[in-house]
Design a protein around this ligand. Structure first.
Ligand code: HDE
Length: 712
């Protein structure tokens, strides 16, 4: 396709020829001419200008100077947090009119689509860091509504580390690379982070979430999103309700295991962005439902915690989530820089019908985002970039500045003015314009933390108790992993003493894993931990997992002579359930099936470890298992699939591989012997459960770290 920017240039037939040493081999054909930024056709793009063949480069080489100058300035500052991210376009459509709650235009007419741009991200890692870092994921949505842009800049975790924006630079500094050495990259497993959070009890609830599998999602498509703060919805009559925003993934929740995450980061650092891009490319559009928890002042007053405290949730069991519409991502970006990199989310971008609450973190964010976009994009005119520009009219008297594209040609650039409408320009409109909800505020100006924010442990305990035994084990192991990377023992001990305020099984499990000789005393707490909060099933990933295998990926390890019928059946069954099958073989050149037919291979085994798949099928041809048993990558493939509790379909021949890696006597209910009584159908329906968790329970029973009895 010809880029529209080349539309008005003449095409020429070219066969580029160069003298000795500057030879190029280009395909002849109709192409636009290469020009400088000034539109001058370039005569030679291979050699800079110099006297003679070996003389110094001349300053007058304007083409060289401009090309290098532009290249030198290609980068813009990466985001100070959330630098690593990936975006896509799509739409939002409401299921019903929400006019009783809000006058926001996008919620008025069922089925009417509002375009959106969504960017997912990690927080701590730099722009080139791997996708499977243990971290919060950003979930930022820009709605291009008829009445202006609304940015819902959320995360995949519903709480945050801190209660006051004043502490944001500290928590980010502590989490990112240590300043003297510049590492570790994209991980919190280091002294500074744990030093800081162990001194900050308000971070405890968030720590439980980031040590859970929420921080290592399998895909952006399988994670929830949250607006985190309490916002307001305001209807046409000016009545306000509080609201918390949720995104619920259509395909259910799923995360990876930590050992998998470590390996995925090596095998495919782009795992999440590739997954999103590929899903959209093949038409399997990722989808979430927008959920609202709507409540009034009476609920807020009666609720056990302050609804303005961003370290607290409102459990869904106490206030159900009402699903009011769907978000679908159906277009990949055309250019990563233009869209994903230049998109500028700002929490203060809201539209009539939506308003802020006094959450102190939200208030701080409303200041920060505009500031950061100016730094990053270099001009107050970043709002004119296509990805940021509203799709409704923008009319005001702001003018000029770096890179201004939208320049009025009329005379009046101020108001009030007495010029006629076509010259005098726009005016405010109190009837349809944004009006702030007139909430009452009073009080002496002071630097105070509200008393109602003082309980730092009760909801952390509730979160822990809401997890399945496997998930509790993962949380304990994550604390042990991270704290084992902390050099200073006093920091490790201090963290365990904080965890004693959450749950003693958790503290004991972490202490055992760290090899502490005794449990430290609990850290003094501003408020005693409440033990009356009931577990909330909505907080567990495993109880909210998929019910169908749709959207998942099977890795089929094959060799020459693979049973053609079996491979075809696997593909047909998978396709019917919208499951992807990738064929993996010792070489990428293709293989031959049992009936002599060719099979295209997607991956060479060395580049396709089983951590990249949700389930595996081992289908070697005759003699193939012996070949695979000699390949370290194939042995790891099977061994990891077993350790990571994956479902494994296999032929009788594959048993040789099980012996080679020492699991022949450990084959359990997660294995499907295709030559025996199991079928590919039963394998695929098992894949909906994603993992055979009983296997992990068997490993866990042998682990010394499991001092914790997760049953109470
Ligand atoms: Fe952000 N945050 N943040 N944040 N945040 C940024 O803005 C900030 C917070 C979130 O994909 C920055 O464009 C402060 C909570 C997302 O482009 C910056 C505070 C939540 C993204 C910033 C917070 C978020 C950002 C850096 C504490 C979840 C990425 C680059 C008061 C509700 C958006 C940028 C994207 C990005 C500031 C806390 C989510 C510096 C001061 C809580 C998803 O403005």
């Amino acid at each position: 396709m010809v880029d529209p920017q080349f539309d008005d240039v003449t095409y020429g037939s070219e066969q580029v020829q160069r003298g000795a040493g500057g030879e190029t081999h280009q395909v002849a054909g109709e192409r636009p001419h290469l020009t400088t930024q000034q539109g001058v056709v370039v005569g030679d793009d291979q050699n800079s200008l110099r006297p003679g063949a070996t003389g110094p480069t001349l300053l007058e080489d304007f083409h060289f100077r401009e090309k290098i100058f532009h290249f030198d300035h290609e980068r813009i500052p990466e985001r100070v947090v959330h630098a690593r991210g990936y975006g896509a376009r799509g739409f939002f459509e409401p299921y019903e009119s929400l006019s009783d709650l809000t006058r926001a235009d996008l919620f008025q007419r069922p089925g009417e689509r509002t375009p959106v741009f969504v960017r997912f991200s990690t927080v701590a890692g730099n722009k080139g860091s791997p996708d499977l870092a243990r971290d919060v994921r950003g979930f930022a949505v820009k709605f291009y509504t008829n009445e202006g842009n609304w940015d819902l800049v959320g995360n995949n975790i519903p709480v945050f580390f801190i209660q006051d924006a004043m502490k944001f630079p500290d928590v980010v500094h502590a989490a990112k690379q240590e300043p003297d050495r510049g590492f570790p990259q994209a991980q919190t497993a280091h002294d500074n982070f744990w030093d800081f959070v162990s001194l900050l009890p308000e971070s405890t609830h968030m720590l439980l979430w980031i040590m859970s599998d929420r921080a290592i999602p399998r895909s952006f498509r399988f994670m929830e999103g949250f607006g985190v703060h309490t916002f307001r919805l305001v209807n046409a009559a000016g009545e306000s309700h509080f609201v918390k925003f949720h995104w619920k993934p259509k395909l259910g929740l799923q995360s990876v295991l930590w050992n998998e995450a470590l390996k995925i980061n090596g095998a495919d650092p782009d795992f999440h962005r590739r997954d999103l891009w590929e899903s959209i490319q093949r038409g399997a559009f990722p989808e979430w439902e927008l959920g609202l928890q709507v409540f009034d002042d009476a609920f807020a007053d009666a609720f056990g915690f302050d609804v303005l405290d961003p370290t607290k949730i409102i459990p869904e069991d106490e206030l159900p989530v009402r699903r009011v519409g769907r978000l679908v991502l159906d277009h990949n970006v055309d250019n990563f820089f233009a869209e994903t990199e230049q998109v500028a989310f700002c929490t203060q971008n809201i539209v009539p019908g939506i308003d802020f609450s006094n959450d102190p973190l939200l208030q701080g964010r409303n200041f920060s985002y505009l500031d950061t976009q100016l730094k990053r994009l270099g001009s107050p005119n970043f709002t004119q970039l296509p990805v940021n520009a509203p799709r409704c009219p923008v009319m005001n008297f702001q003018q000029d500045g770096h890179m201004a594209f939208r320049n009025p040609s009329t005379r009046a650039n101020y108001e009030p003015n007495s010029w006629p409408a076509d010259v005098g320009g726009p005016r405010e409109d109190p009837a349809t314009g944004f009006t702030t909800y007139p909430a009452e505020v009073s009080g002496a100006k002071r630097r105070l933390r509200a008393e109602s924010f003082a309980d730092h442990y009760s909801q952390a305990r509730q979160f822990y108790l809401s997890q399945t035994p496997n998930e509790r084990l993962h949380i304990i192991n994550a604390f042990v992993f991270e704290l084992s990377k902390v050099d200073r023992e006093d920091i490790r001990v201090r963290m365990v003493s904080g965890l004693r305020n959450v749950h003693d099984d958790l503290a004991a499990g972490v202490a055992a894993g760290l090899g502490l000789s005794a449990l430290p005393d609990p850290m003094p707490a501003a408020r005693p931990t409440r033990e009356d909060l009931q577990p909330s099933p909505a907080l567990s990933i495993l109880t909210n997992g998929p019910t169908v295998p749709q959207g998942r990926k099977i890795g089929a390890l094959v060799t020459d002579g693979v049973d053609a019928g079996q491979l075809d059946e696997l593909r047909a069954l998978a396709e019917a359930q919208q499951v992807i099958v990738e064929v993996i073989a010792p070489t990428v050149a293709g293989i031959t099936t049992s009936n002599g037919g060719p099979v295209e291979v997607d991956q060479k085994i060395d580049g396709a470890p089983s951590v990249l798949y949700d389930a595996v099928a081992l289908l070697p041809g005759p003699g193939g298992a012996a070949v695979l048993a000699e390949l370290p990558a194939a042995r790891d493939f099977v061994s990891d699939a077993f350790t990571h509790c994956k479902f494994v379909a296999h032929t009788q021949a594959a048993a040789e591989l099980f012996s080679a890696i020492g699991i022949a006597d450990k084959v359990d209910g997660g294995f499907f012997a295709l030559d025996g009584d199991a079928s590919l159908e039963s394998f695929l329906s098992a894949c909906a459960k994603v993992r055979f968790w009983a296997r992990e329970a068997a490993f866990a029973a042998k682990m010394p770290t499991l001092g914790a009895d997760a049953s109470h």
